[in-house]
Structures are given as C-alpha cells and as structure tokens.
Design a protein around this ligand. Structure first.
Ligand code: PMP
Length: 284
C-alpha cells in the first residue's frame, strides 16, 4: 500500500509530495509542527496538542490554516488513507509561500502538511533495558517553548547521541543545568522520591507527555517538583527517565558515561510508565 500525504488541501502520494521552493518553512524554518501518538485509532491527548499548536502559531503570528474541527477531520482522513491505527501523525504549518524576504509577507496563506506513520518496533527492549543519554551544550534560541521546525541544534544533539551509541542527548544551559533532550523532556527521581523536571519556561518545550506524567504522578500521590538539575545531580540520582510522544516514558540508566544507581530501570519510573500506558489504553 502506498503512503498518502496531505499537502495544502490535497491528498497526494507520499512519494511525490512536495511544497513550493519559496515556502517560508523551506527557506526560513518559519513554521511549527506537532506529533500526535495514535493508539488503536485514537489520537492521544489531542486537545492538548491542538492547544499547543495554537500557542506556537500565535507566538509566531502565523494564521491557523483551518479551524480545529476541520483539522481533526483531515487528521483522521490521513490516518484512514494510510491505514495507521497505531503510530503517529505529523503535522506542520508554515507561514506559507511568498517571494523570499525576511520580514513577514503582506499576504500569504499558511501551508499545512500532514503525514502518518506506523509505530516503530523496539520500544519493549528499550523499556526493559533502559537507555543511555549523552550531553551537549544547549545552543538553541531563547524560545524553546515554541514547537518550531527550526531544529538544527536538536538535529546536531541527536546526531551526537547516535554517534556515541546513545538514545538521546541532554542539553545543558550556560549555568550547567539540564534543559531537555533533543526531542524529549528530562527527569530525575531523588533520594526523597521527588520526581523532578524543569519548569515549563521559555527554556524547554512543555511536552504533552510531560504534562500527562505530572497529572499521573499527582493522582498517585507522588511528590513532583519543577526545578532545574545539573548533569552531576542526574548522574547521582536514584532514577532518571525521559518522556515524549513517541518514546512515552523511558528509563535512563546511563548519563554521559556514568551509570545511574544500579544501571537498571528504576521502580518509580516503571510505575509511572505503567500508569502512562494505562492512560493511553483508556484514551484509545
Ligand atoms: N522537548 C523537545 C525539544 C521535543 O522535541 C519534544 C518532542 N516533540 C519533547 C520535549 C516532548 O514533547 P511531547 O511529549 O509533546 O512529545
């Protein structure tokens, strides 16, 4: 079966799908995106993803390409045409096509592209063994709360992880604190069983999985603290993990060459992972 993409109002074969060379996303990375997990055909945490999309667009003064109602219909149609019931949907909105000039064009229609993909196998093994992360200076801009398609520092960070045989790269701010991964949020659990992650300021993307895990931790009566932590604190923590739409909750067992605790996925992390899996199942 051939894949289908949605490109500016049309469902086209993925193979030949393209946008104009003067699309501002292509020329200036002038756009935003979302990735939503699909489980048994259901879009997980869809309202929060649409809310964050609206926020990212609003911060960049990009007009929404369509209202949420039609957008939800198009997402489902993309999933249907690709027969994806478990996987993810990617959507990207740019400021659209205009003669190349840095300032906003006087008139341009936002461009909307969507693709869908089946779930990647292999998560069970990552969950069972835990993953390792490396670190790199956070060289991104000061608005990491916007889910911008301008991802070059994230690309470089992820590549650094791949070259080191690690799963993720935790980025470190100028004061020596971990901000987040290249495509995930970073967490530790302290000796006092506090679940710690950085506050959702402009320094990080406020992950939808992050928000779900905070809600679940609250429901479990676990103490959750929003504060920065250093790489050294993380290396010496009782447990560490990361969260994202595609990774869910994954235990981190090695940080920049140092084994965390006994090097095995921690019990509280696995409990949160289980809670998150239940949450997804109940949403599906
Ligand atoms: N931080 C960054 C930089 C990301 O790219 C992502 C994944 N898009 C996340 C955090 C996690 O966000 P979410 O849980 O919404 O996928």
């Amino acid at each position: 079966m051939s894949r289908i993409a949605y490109v500016n109002g049309r469902y086209v074969p993925h193979r030949g799908a393209s946008v104009h060379i003067e699309d501002r996303g292509y020329q200036f990375a002038d756009g935003v995106y979302e990735v939503i997990a699909v489980v048994d055909g259901a879009l997980i945490d869809e309202p929060r993803h649409l809310e964050r999309l609206a926020y990212s667009l609003g911060e960049l003064k990009i007009k929404p390409p369509m209202a949420d109602g039609p957008l939800r219909i198009v997402m489902r149609e993309v999933l249907r045409r690709n027969r994806v019931r478990n996987g993810m949907i990617y959507l990207q909105v740019t400021r659209g096509r205009a003669p190349r000039d840095h300032g906003f064009p006087k008139s341009s229609e936002p461009a909307l592209v969507m693709t869908a993909r089946g779930a990647k196998p292999g998560r069970a093994k990552l969950l069972a063994n835990g993953v390792s992360v490396v670190s790199a200076p956070d060289i991104r801009w000061e608005r990491c709360d916007i889910k911008s398609i301008s991802l070059l520092p994230n690309v470089l960070a992820k590549q650094a992880a791949a070259e080191a045989g690690a799963y993720e790269c935790w980025q470190i701010d100028v004061d020596g604190y971990v901000t987040e991964g290249s495509a995930s949020n970073a967490w530790i659990i302290t000796d006092k069983d506090e679940i710690v992650t950085r506050a959702p300021t402009h320094d990080i993307l406020n992950g939808i999985t992050r928000r779900a895990v905070i809600d679940l931790a609250g429901q479990e009566g676990l103490t959750h603290v929003e504060r920065p932590f250093t790489l050294e604190e993380a290396q010496g923590a009782r447990e560490a993990f990361l969260t994202s739409t595609t990774s869910h909750v994954l235990p981190v067992v090695k940080i920049a060459g140092k084994t965390v605790a006994d090097g095995k996925p921690g019990p509280l992390t696995l409990r949160l992972e289980g809670n998150y899996a239940d949450f997804i199942k109940s949403a599906a």
